[in-house]
Design a protein around this ligand. Structure first.
Ligand code: SF4
Length: 351
């Protein structure tokens, strides 16, 4: 039995032609799966009984198993999901007033090993498949009953941030395939403007985020110099700040300067939170002439970590300096801290 979730439109058409069906059946099936969220072939009433029978014989429409589901006091929801081979990941929904973002994972564990990140302390086990990535969002929609795909204005699960467990550009092929399925207008239909791929800075693949996908880009920067960044992000030895920002220029050359790149900046006490750090950051952005905005993230401690959050005063002063240089620099409100669902806190295995 083969799972249909994660097949591209062409692959779905290929499977149907193996069953002797015409290509237009693939569009109908696609809509049942991704627009209506249907998981039972029996309910696909515009398909012949014979086809439904054949589908049932060879395929299924999968969802991961929900191992646990936790609801934070601020309504953030976190699922621990298990796939067929028993591997587990976490997915988080962060609601705002009339919309919200689903934060999806792309790998079991992560090989990047950022020192401030709980996921990074969990060794990489494997990449997720496109189907496993798409099905995280579909599981979230199941929970909130958002089927068939609502219009942009009325949907509650309106955005996707590829910021969960794993480095998405270490799993480029499957992540790109998944995001193409998720943004397809005949199905789940999340606009590319509402999808953000966040990377630790795998420079050689950043341009393709624009040329192949056209989604928004966020870079985990977290320090203004190579010296400091390498201390908390070992990947910086491989792809130093210059390489990452040059790749960002290429992204913006394709997407246009108005498509701002978000630079994530974790505020770590006595490490990267001084006015001097802010000034270095500003001169870096000017040097590369990037359409940039910052996202200042209060650090969410997790068991065993070696960092502490910057004080509120320091974070606000840092934000003001960036804003006075013309950059948006909102301070992210930490969400889901009580269920370890906040940024950098995800982990699916105990160590
Ligand atoms: S911050 Fe992202 S890239 Fe770094 S270790 Fe955590 S999951 Fe991996």
């Amino acid at each position: 039995m083969k799972d249909l979730i994660g097949l591209s439109k062409d692959e779905l058409a290929g499977e149907l032609s193996l069953l002797g069906e015409k290509p237009f059946r693939a569009k109908q099936l696609w809509q049942w799966i991704y627009f209506k969220g249907e998981t039972s072939f029996d309910n696909m009433t515009n398909l012949s009984k014979e086809l439904r029978g054949k589908l049932q014989q060879h395929y299924y429409i999968g969802r991961p198993k929900i191992v646990t589901e936790q609801l934070s006091s601020d309504s953030t929801r976190k699922w621990l999901l298990e796939f067929a081979d028993g591997e587990r990941i976490e997915t988080v929904y962060i609601p705002e007033e009339d919309r919200g973002a689903v934060c999806i994972s792309t790998q079991v564990g992560c090989a990047v090993g950022c020192k401030f990140c709980h996921t990074g302390s969990q060794k990489i086990t494997r990449n997720l498949t496109a189907g496993e990535i798409v099905s995280q969002f579909m599981t979230a929609r199941d929970t909130y009953g958002e089927w068939p795909s609502p219009t942009n204005e009325t949907r509650y699960l309106s955005n996707i941030v590829v910021m969960g467990m794993g480095e998405p550009l270490h799993n480029r092929e499957q992540v790109f395939k998944a995001l193409k399925i998720i943004s397809d207008g005949d199905g789940i239909a999340i606009s590319k403007r509402r999808i953000t791929l966040s990377t630790s800075g795998i420079a050689p693949h950043i341009e393709a985020v624009a040329s192949e996908l056209g989604v928004k880009l966020a870079i985990s920067l977290h320090a203004p110099t190579n010296e400091k960044r390498s201390l908390i992000m070992p990947i910086n030895h491989r792809y130093p700040i210059e390489a990452v920002l040059t790749a960002c220029q290429k992204y913006q050359a394709i997407m246009g300067m108005s498509r701002m790149i978000t630079f994530e900046y974790l505020m770590l006490k006595d490490f990267n939170d001084t006015p001097e750090d802010a000034k270095q950051l500003i001169s870096l952005m000017k040097q590369y002439n990037l359409g940039a905005k910052f996202n200042l993230i209060p650090f969410n401690p997790w068991p065993g970590c070696n960092f502490a959050p910057s004080s509120n005063n320091k974070v606000h002063a840092f934000s003001k300096l960036l804003e006075s240089a013309g950059y948006e620099a909102p301070i992210r409100v930490a969400r889901g801290q009580d269920i370890l669902a906040a940024c950098g806190q995800l982990k699916s295995k105990l160590s």
